[in-house]
Design a protein around this ligand. Structure first.
Ligand SMILES: [Fe+2]
Length: 241
């Protein structure tokens, strides 16, 4: 067990890490993958900040996600939710009820409940990457989307710094972060410029016994269902609440 302290823009954050920790190899994981941002002016930085959708689509997305969460909350409280907003979520629910909401949504929601057409997202991310991408998860029987609710000051709602490429099913993808609610300079997604090109040796991680969550320190293991030619986006539409 150990506490890792992280400095981000002058603020100090920490995370409790238990279990074994190991360093990876000299491999740069991205070089073995399909690099979807290779042709962009921001390829070496690893990210860009850009407008996502037009106002109407963005508001439809936020409003629709609000409805999905409100419906889940309504199953567990008698509180009047007519004024419910996502950024006040943590004021409506006890931790126990929050856990119930998470249990109900953690397995994903049918894509037809996504408030906007996936194609809108695919088209915009294709523009930004300069190459055609699609939202695809070949390991799922049917397309789903996921909601992650991060309450203010609750360390266990969030993940400590990590690389998604440590998970086989997230390789050959590009991540997007869209502020949905409660996103500000202290709560939005922190990124380390250029870290996508770090050798895996540069970071320590905790190996997982789960085959679906193999850590890259053991070498690049590939999901047999994923094709090198598939160019995918991982639609991490996240927001801290
Ligand atoms: Fe991640």
């Amino acid at each position: 067990m150990g506490r890792v302290v992280i400095e981000i823009d002058g603020y100090s954050y920490s995370a409790e890490i238990d279990g074994e920790r190991r360093y990876g190899t000299d491999e740069v994981l991205l070089l073995a993958d399909d690099n979807l941002i290779a042709g962009t002016p921001w390829a070496s930085r690893g990210f860009t900040v850009a407008r996502f959708l037009d106002d109407a689509s963005y508001h439809a997305l936020v409003g629709g996600i609000t409805d999905v969460v409100r419906e889940a909350v309504a199953q567990h409280t008698t509180t009047d939710l007519s004024d419910f907003t996502l950024d006040q979520y943590h004021r409506y629910l006890s931790s126990e009820i929050h856990q119930q909401v998470v249990r109900e949504t953690v397995g994903g929601l049918a894509i037809n409940r996504l408030p906007i057409p996936v194609r809108l997202i695919e088209r915009r991310i294709s523009e930004l990457c300069g190459t055609e991408v699609c939202a695809d998860a070949p390991y799922l029987d049917s397309p789903l989307f996921y909601i992650r609710i991060v309450r203010p000051g609750v360390e266990t709602d969030n993940s400590p710094p990590h690389r998604d490429a440590w998970l086989d099913h997230l390789r050959n993808c590009v991540n997007i972060y869209v502020p949905i609610a409660g996103s500000n300079a202290r709560s939005a997604l922190p990124l380390v410029p250029g870290s996508h090109l770090w050798k895996d040796r540069a970071t320590a991680c905790r190996p997982s016994p789960e085959p679906s969550a193999r850590s890259a320190w053991s070498g690049p293991t590939r999901d047999p269902t994923s094709s090198r030619s598939s160019r995918r986006i991982w639609c991490t539409v996240e927001g801290s609440i």
